[in-house]
Ligand binder design. Structure first.
Ligand code: FCB
Length: 452
């Protein structure tokens, strides 16, 4: 028995996303996605990296699934590339694209691995961006249409479903800060996008229930826990706003059927064009869901300031000693606080759908990757997860980000998050020390105080 033992039915697994691992960007009838377009435009992604080949998972999925099995992965999260199924976003199904996911899922099941399917992990068909993307209300209806066709085709084999992954990152990084596809920089557009993402989510859940699907469905959010940098009242208020923008704006509509009033007013005063809400929208958005997916990496330390408009906040230097390769502060307590807060404010069952860190991994002369920093990151976060569960957070599973190194969006291939190393020149897979460590965690169902 480990000191930090999890219940026997606790789900252990790992995550990945279509665009980040599949490659085969234009094979077998796949349509262009906004991320294909974004990568192919020089200057958008570090080192000019592209998702064209990535980990070549499209062709190597059998080998990858065998590795998952070897590690003891119980649940593997994958996402479906919308333009692989509908190259133009709507219309006829591209049967070859669908067959790929059928094969992947069958292969997982044959290997005793439960697939967890995310319908939207950021790769919108470019054809739909051409008509306004998520800023266009129609995109939400088309998403529900696509979701319905996927439920129909794969529903009998999949137990866990998520609609939209990190709507805040899609809306803000993609449409406010412009550092992700489609690269738009307009806060009002980002809010309109957020509303349509939430509508798309709700419409897909509704479709799932109407079709009588037997699995479970939820949404996945990004949780940068926000703390005031000082005890000053203005910093405390800036923190409430920062949290309002990143978290409450996306959870209140789903769980309470309304946008947070304070943020609505604040944005209005700042001259933001608020989303158009039509009759029935909030009812659709607040469909009952079965779980909330929690992605936690780091926390934000916030002060009043002018760096972030319209929040009128700035980010302070985090009071921690360790940072990951992304420059993200390592702050496991923020994980505990995020889980406890969701339990308290929203009272929903949770699954940790992402947690992990990027570190400078090197293959040593023995051909091994000794990523002690990642082992320690995962260890410390799992202890906080255990503490949260002891204190009443209803968390049913933990999926590490990521099963393998992959295309880290605008940061390209330089940032490595995997528990399996990818040599991109040869496509060789090397299980890192963290992979072996995590495998032992799964096998024993818990974590010890000492690392090994
Ligand atoms: C999350 C994304 C995931 C990966 C990690 C590091 O926000 O969902 O695809 O990029 O960050």
């Amino acid at each position: 028995m480990s000191q930090y033992q999890f219940k026997e039915d606790f789900l252990w697994g790992a995550s990945a996303a279509a665009f980040q691992i599949e490659g085969a960007w234009d094979e077998d009838g796949k349509g262009e996605s906004i991320w294909d377009r974004y990568c192919h435009h020089p200057g958008n992604v570090a080192n000019g990296d592209k998702g064209d080949v990535a980990c070549d998972h499209y062709h190597r999925y059998r080998e990858d699934i065998a590795l998952m099995k070897e590690l003891g992965i119980q649940v593997q999260r994958l996402s479906i590339s919308w333009p692989r199924i509908f190259p133009r976003g709507v219309g006829e199904i591209n049967q070859k694209g669908l067959a790929f996911y059928q094969n992947v899922i069958d292969c997982m099941l044959e290997n005793g691995i439960q697939p967890f399917v995310v319908l939207y992990h950021w790769d919108l068909p470019q054809k739909l961006q051409d008509t306004g993307g998520w800023a266009n209300r129609e995109t939400a209806s088309l998403f529900a249409e696509y979701a319905g066709r996927v439920f129909e085709a794969l529903g009998n084999r999949v137990r866990y479903w998520a609609t939209i992954l990190e709507p805040q990152v899609i809306a803000y990084n993609g449409n406010w800060m412009g550092n992700m596809a489609p690269g738009i920089r307009d806060f009002s557009t980002a809010l309109q996008v957020s509303h349509n993402l939430l509508r798309g989510h709700g419409m897909a859940v509704k479709r799932f229930r109407e079709m009588g699907m037997t699995g479970e469905i939820g949404i996945i959010n990004y949780f940068p826990t926000a703390y005031p940098a000082t005890e000053a009242e203005e910093d405390r208020r800036a923190t409430v706003r920062h949290d309002g923008v990143w978290t409450r704006w996306f959870l209140d509509p789903v769980f309470k059927g309304c946008y947070p009033e304070d943020m609505w007013q604040w944005h209005k005063e700042k001259g933001v064009v608020l989303p158009e809400i039509c009759p029935g929208d909030m009812e659709v958005i607040s469909q009952k869901i079965d779980f909330l997916g929690i992605n936690y990496y780091y926390s934000d330390f916030v002060k009043a300031g002018t760096d972030i408009w319209p929040t009128m906040a700035s980010l302070a230097k985090p009071p921690v000693e360790q940072f990951t390769q992304m420059g993200w502060p390592v702050y496991p307590n923020g994980f505990y606080d995020a889980l406890m807060r969701v339990q308290r404010d929203y009272g929903i069952k949770m699954i940790v759908t992402e947690n992990g860190g990027a570190f400078h991994d090197v293959v040593n002369w023995k051909g091994e990757v000794d990523d002690d920093a990642r082992v320690s990151y995962l260890h410390d976060h799992l202890i906080q997860l255990h503490r949260a569960i002891q204190d009443g957070a209803e968390v049913r599973g933990y999926l590490v980000w990521s099963i393998m190194d992959n295309f880290e969006w605008a940061f390209g291939y330089e940032k490595r998050f995997g528990i399996v190393y990818i040599d991109y020149l040869t496509q060789k897979r090397i299980v890192k020390k963290s992979g072996r460590w995590y495998s032992e965690v799964i096998r024993s169902g818990g974590v010890k105080e000492e690392l090994w």
